[in-house]
Design a binder for this molecule. Structure first.
Ligand code: UDX
Length: 434
């Protein structure tokens, strides 16, 4: 089967590459010529474990190619995926659909035989119907259907999530489109992964509801963590105790410095907007967004407490600034709130992050970047474990404590045992919710 993917950002690239690994002929299109040149040379511009190997394997097998020419890509393609960005529009919190609309218009002009135009980008409910109008207006002759096929890929585990999904969601409005979409995902059917085929609006809604629910779950435990600190409970124990209830589940119950990344902040905002527009306010989601901002502020207060109530003149070593481990993504990372507040308060901040520097240099002005946590800790007044990269999970704690001006640590991801920190010499330590 021949498939075209429009947009070689995170979602488009992972989806296209994995579909070629299913055995389909996939052409990935992007208007950014430099990006396409790099991909042709085998250079994957995002950090995603395992992706470059899958790219190389499928390019070698002749199933995967890259182009800037949309018409060349969509020629004979039975399914054309739109996977361009939908950033939050400045000012009003709406998803910016200009890239999606432009892609639909461009695709419309190239349709010569029956094609399913599939939206992978996360778009507000109703967008796929609107895209159908756009395509029909642009090319009245076009024989096509639209379909919604939201992605549920976690950065850092995207290949695994694509190849072994919890479910695939497909929204269609014709049998013909359902057949083509089933063919795209046939390798998954054969291995019994659940495929939910539904109407278009439900598929669009599933994506927002899933992300909003997960953001709610994280925010719930983050708020419980704050209360745990007050009453002398341990949020790790509480999460374990509630997570064993099958109805609750133990995932996404790790207290942290607030959720970030490319999806949760943007999608919660968009869902709240959709609710307002339809006079059906999403009050829980609105509160979740507010509480998530408070969580970040609470982290700053915790750090300030540890610094004897003032950041002025303190040297703080921050371990991990990406929004989560195994990614170089800094979008809406809690570090972008926490680090500048410390600098504003007069701290000198040193940062160690295995992948964050490339993006982070522009976003975190005024910090100094270090490769080695031990070197970065020398003479510091406080260590903050902000993102739980594996590199930071088994540090030689006594060595670090001994090299600091004042051995103080804030373990905002609850990686370490209190006793281990004490034994190492961190008499002054703070956790998150314990
Ligand atoms: C998410 C969804 O998981 C994915 O299905 C969707 O398609 C895109 O958004 P991603 O943004 O890559 O994926 O990250 P995820 O692993 O879900 O983590 C999101 C944020 O929540 C991170 O900032 C992470 O640190 C935080 N988090 C997650 C917690 O603070 N505690 C948890 O228990 C889980």
């Amino acid at each position: 089967m021949r498939i075209a993917i429009v947009g070689t950002g995170y979602v488009g690239l992972v989806s296209g590459v994995c579909m070629s690994d299913f055995g389909h002929d996939v052409v990935c299109v992007d208007s950014d010529a430099a990006k396409i040149d790099r991909l042709r040379a085998g250079q994957v511009s995002i950090y995603e474990p395992g992706l470059d190997d899958v790219v190389a394997r499928n390019v070698r097998a002749g199933r995967l190619s890259f182009t800037t020419d949309l018409a060349e890509a969509t020629e004979d393609a039975q399914a054309v995926f739109i996977a361009v960005g939908t950033p939050t529009r400045r000012g009003d919190g709406h998803a910016d659909l200009s890239y999606v609309d432009a892609a639909a218009k461009a695709i419309a002009k190239t349709i010569t035989s029956y094609t399913v135009v599939v939206t992978k980008s996360t778009v507000p409910v109703g967008t796929n119907r609107r895209l159908r109008e756009i395509i029909a207006t642009e090319n009245p002759e076009a024989d096509f259907d639209v379909a919604s096929n939201p992605e549920f890929l976690r950065e850092g585990a995207a290949i695994e999530d694509f190849m072994k999904p919890d479910r695939v969601v497909i929204g269609v409005e014709s049998e013909r489109a359902a057949e083509i979409m089933s063919e795209v995902y046939r390798p998954l059917y054969l291995r019994d992964f659940p495929i939910v085929i539904t109407d278009i609006e439900s598929a669009e809604m599933i994506k927002y509801a899933a992300n909003a629910f997960l953001a709610t779950k994280i925010t719930f435990i983050n708020e419980v963590a704050a209360l745990c600190e007050r009453v002398g409970a341990d949020v790790k124990e509480v999460a374990k105790g509630i997570g064993l209830d099958g109805r609750i589940g133990n995932k996404f119950l790790h207290a942290g410095p607030g959720y970030g990344g490319s999806c949760f902040p943007k999608d919660t905002k968009a869902l709240a907007r959709i609710g307002q527009e339809h006079a059906s306010p999403m009050q829980i989601v609105e509160t979740v967004m507010k509480v998530n901002d408070e969580v970040k502020r609470r982290m700053v207060e915790k750090l300030r407490d540890l610094c004897d109530d003032s950041f002025r003149g303190k040297t703080v070593t921050v371990l991990g600034v990406t929004f989560k481990p195994n990614t170089d993504d800094m979008r809406d990372a809690p570090s972008l709130t926490i680090v500048p507040t410390m600098i504003g308060g007069g701290a000198q901040v040193r940062v160690v992050d295995p992948q964050g520097r490339r993006e982070g240099e522009a976003l975190l002005p005024g910090v100094t970047w270090h490769d080695d946590p031990y070197e970065a800790a020398e003479g510091a007044d406080l260590i903050v474990l902000l993102t739980e990269w594996n590199e930071f999970r088994a540090l030689d704690l006594p060595r670090i404590a001994a090299s600091m001006a004042k051995p103080r640590i804030a373990d905002l991801r609850n990686v370490y045992h209190r006793q281990a920190l004490w034994d190492a010499g961190f008499t002054n330590c703070a956790f998150n919710g314990r």
